[in-house]
Design a protein around this ligand. Sequence first.
Ligand code: C2E
Ligand code: CA
Ligand code: CA
Ligand code: CA
Length: 279
Amino acid sequence: AKARMRGSVSVYEPEMDRQIRDRRVLHQDLSKAVKNGEISLFYQPQARGSGPNGNNEVVGFEALARWRHPTRGYVPPSDFIPLAEESGLIVELGEWILREACRQAASWANPLQVAVNLSPAQFLNSDLVSVVHTILLETGLNPRRLELEVTEGVLIEDFDRGLSLLRRLTALGVRISMDDFGSGYSSLTYLQAFPFDKIKIDRAFVMNLGHNPQSAAIVRAVIGLGHGLGVSIVAEGVETQQQLHFLVQEGCDAVQGYYIGKPHPIEHYAELVGLPEIV
Ligand code: C2E
Ligand code: CA
Ligand code: CA
Ligand code: CA
């Protein structure tokens, strides 16, 4: 029996070893990535859903992290953000992202909104409020222009703590968005209890508009619910004119997605934000 066990283990060991080593190496790389300037921010526009004839006025951008690894090439945030979370690096990385987004937005001639994603570990860090406060002072960004996106997952962990944090952040003058609404537990209690300024309807519902009457009913209901609570609604993942049409017709306040614009370095949107020309 021992031999057989050893035999079966030996099949998996090299592969597991490799995976663990791989993760460890990637983790070491990630800890150097910020310092080496390998992390950068892309920006995706959010537009007011003005009318069916286009003319979608861009009102802000969501900052999305990108990692260009020196040998592996581009590592997507869905890979490195969880890695940063597990290792605790997210606190440092998240702070860098927040500072960078605020620094860039403060340099735009056109004072549009900038939205930054907060991950659960950042949320659990007791310094969050003072970090945000310090970065606002450092960069001189008007707090009203900063929007922090949180997922309901972080609030479930500790309701009281979440509530106190969001209230203190709101007191700084920043806006709070509930990200990926509908993808998790989405308790209505949360919407009532927490001081959200915005709800972002998850891409999954938007994707199914036109294929699935339930999705249309849910999107319509969320817009009504949000407006009833005095919260504005952004739809994510808008890829077609039909989706845009439906959302605008239903009174959705803003839209984000490939149909409006893909995430790009801010230079791509230089005219919109009023970037000083680079010479
Ligand atoms: P998210 O916050 O839900 O961000 C939206 C994601 O959907 C982005 O993927 C964006 O590129 C993608 N997307 C936008 N419009 C469309 C569309 O029309 N169609 C499709 N198919 N996709 C669209 P990305 O940039 O790969 O980011 C993935 C996730 O990684 C984000 O989801 C967010 O949870 C996380 N993330 C990204 N940047 C950061 C960051 O700076 N900090 C933290 N904590 N998380 C981040
Ligand atoms: Ca987001
Ligand atoms: Ca989202
Ligand atoms: Ca998401």
